[in-house]
Write a protein that binds this ligand. Structure first.
Ligand SMILES: Cc1cc2nc3c(=O)[nH]c(=O)nc-3n(C[C@H](O)[C@H](O)[C@H](O)COP(=O)(O)OP(=O)(O)OC[C@H]3O[C@@H](n4cnc5c(N)ncnc54)[C@H](O)[C@@H]3O)c2cc1C
Length: 469
């Protein structure tokens, strides 16, 4: 059967869905369905036939059994905040919205873990952990809206990657529903468990193509006693890059190590007036958390290293409030850039840390050749860059030029030994470049894994593992 032979979402299917979840949780009217034709990825849209909001794993299982039998596509969706067109129903069918499953089942300070349903937001989980003096480490910029299930499905990152790792480092166990309707539990409450293939890791980052995650068990860590931040200005990203290398060579693993290029510095300054040095080629935010005396020492060491490596100015926050003010420069980068034009395309590539400056130079060159505006900020500590294009889609072929430039940016990242996505995922938007990153053999293996989980190919078609639509 070819992927074009999808089942039709007819009145009978809609009636069965209403029986499973209750009529109020099935949306077919134009307005409601249209709201799910987009996620946070600009320049992409695809409309589902029906939107279904299950309330339990058992309901998810019934829906998936029905969809597999009728061969109707199903696209799992949390908050829809992904930036890779990962929740677009490219073949129509059902968008399965999991935000009703929003219960914090348990926060266990003795075992340093929490169990949550998939639709709990990242910020709600972090707040519940903090109430018990614990830290849930993954902190994507979208945390007030993004769901824990969505974070697991994309293996979300954030600002703490170098010192603490990303979502995959904190997922201990999952409850997930296979497309054929079986409910499985992978991993659990154990830090050490090597029984069988590591399906927890396989599902983490699987972007809704292998199974629907319904419950997550995550590891927590004790809340650091304090955290502090400093800022250093450099004449160029290349000089900032040398400072980053030396900070790490000195044996400090910073909790924060973020950079902004000159275009970002100026956009942030126009937006928020933080008193940043507009003439600097790059700004580096560095910081640490932990015991106050260690944090003090590490911050001091990082500041001295930046100075020795040629920083034109270095400021260290004395208090938490001052640290927050410095971090605002990074937090403002996206809203500041978003003000510059009607559409903001926030991209995400990764390169080995020593290649960051080369990558930014390549990005600037590509942007100039295509006549588009791209500013870059990102995680200097883990080599994850966010080139961000701003455009007015009504301006001739601006959207096409932007897409072409982004494609070249992906190719440049691969050439520099990097990747087409550090944390946002592949979705539909980056699928055309996945083979360049992985090679034909791995692509074929991904396809076979996909078929083992999802023999009818119903789960999130048009994304990783599927055949062409
Ligand atoms: C302003 C902004 C800032 C951001 N900052 C960051 C950042 O710092 N770091 C980062 O990594 N990302 C960031 N993102 C991207 C995005 O928020 C993350 O990818 C997030 O993890 C998506 O969560 P979600 O609940 O919105 O998932 P969705 O967008 O709804 O879905 C994302 C993917 O996961 C799948 N999925 C969702 N739920 C499930 C489930 N229960 N079971 C199986 N599959 C599922 C979907 O099919 C889709 O492929 C940002 C986005 C925005 C808009």
């Amino acid at each position: 059967m070819s992927t074009a032979d999808w089942g039709v979402v007819d009145d009978e299917i809609v009636g069965r869905l209403r029986d499973i979840v209750g009529p109020e949780h099935v949306k077919v009217d134009d307005g409601a369905v249209a709201a799910f034709a987009r996620d946070a990825t600009p320049l992409y849209a695809a409309r589902p036939d029906v939107v279904v909001m299950p309330g339990s794993a058992a309901e998810v299982a019934e829906i998936l059994r029905l969809a597999t039998r009728a061969r109707v596509p199903v696209v799992p969706r949390g908050a829809g905040s992904n930036l890779a067109a990962g929740t677009l129903a490219e073949a129509g069918g059902i968008v399965l919205v999991l935000t009703r499953m929003d219960r914090i089942v348990e926060v266990n300070a003795d075992e340093l873990l929490a169990v949550v349903q998939t639709g709990v937001t990242t910020a709600e989980l972090a707040a519940a952990a903090a109430a018990d003096g614990l830290l849930y480490v993954p902190d994507p910029g979208s945390k007030t809206v993004s769901t824990v299930g969505g974070n697991v499905a994309t293996c979300a990152g954030g600002l703490r990657g170098l010192k603490y790792g990303v979502t995959r480092n904190y997922v201990l166990g999952l409850e997930a529903v296979l497309p054929t309707g079986e409910i499985i539990r992978t991993g659990g409450r154990l830090w050490k468990d090597v029984a069988g293939y590591d399906l927890t890791r396989l599902l983490t980052g699987s972007e809704g193509t292998l199974a629907v995650i319904t419950e997550v068990t995550v590891a927590l860590v004790p809340m650091p006693a304090t955290s502090r931040t400093g800022v250093a200005y450099f004449d160029s990203l290349a000089t900032a890059g040398r400072a980053v290398a030396q900070v790490i060579a000195d044996g400090v693993v910073p909790a924060t190590l973020e950079f902004l290029d000159n275009k970002c510095i100026n956009a942030v300054e126009d937006f928020a007036g933080l008193g940043l040095d507009r003439t600097a080629g790059a700004l580096l935010l560095f910081g640490d958390d932990g015991a106050p005396d260690v944090v003090e020492q590490n911050l001091e060491r990082m500041a001295r290293t930046c100075e020795k490596q040629g920083a034109s100015g270095v400021t260290m926050a004395r208090e938490v409030a001052e640290s927050e003010a410095l971090l605002a420069a990074r937090r403002c980068a996206l809203p500041a850039l978003a003000r510059l034009a009607p559409v903001t395309v926030l991209e995400d590539v990764g390169v080995p840390r020593p290649r960051i400056a080369d990558m930014v130079a390549r990005i600037d060159d590509i942007a100039e050749r295509h006549g588009i505006s791209v500013a870059t900020f990102g995680h200097a500590g883990d080599g994850n860059l966010h080139p961000t294009a701003v455009l007015d889609p009504s301006d001739g072929d601006a959207a096409e030029r932007t897409k072409a430039a982004i494609g070249e940016i992906f190719s440049a990242a691969i050439e520099l030994g990097g990747t087409i996505t550090g944390e946002h995922g592949v979705g539909a938007a980056k699928l055309p470049w996945l083979q360049d990153r992985l090679g034909a053999e791995q692509m074929a293996l991904l396809s076979r894994i996909k078929t083992a989980f999802d023999p009818a190919g119903i789960l999130n078609p048009g994304k990783t593992g599927s055949q062409e639509l």
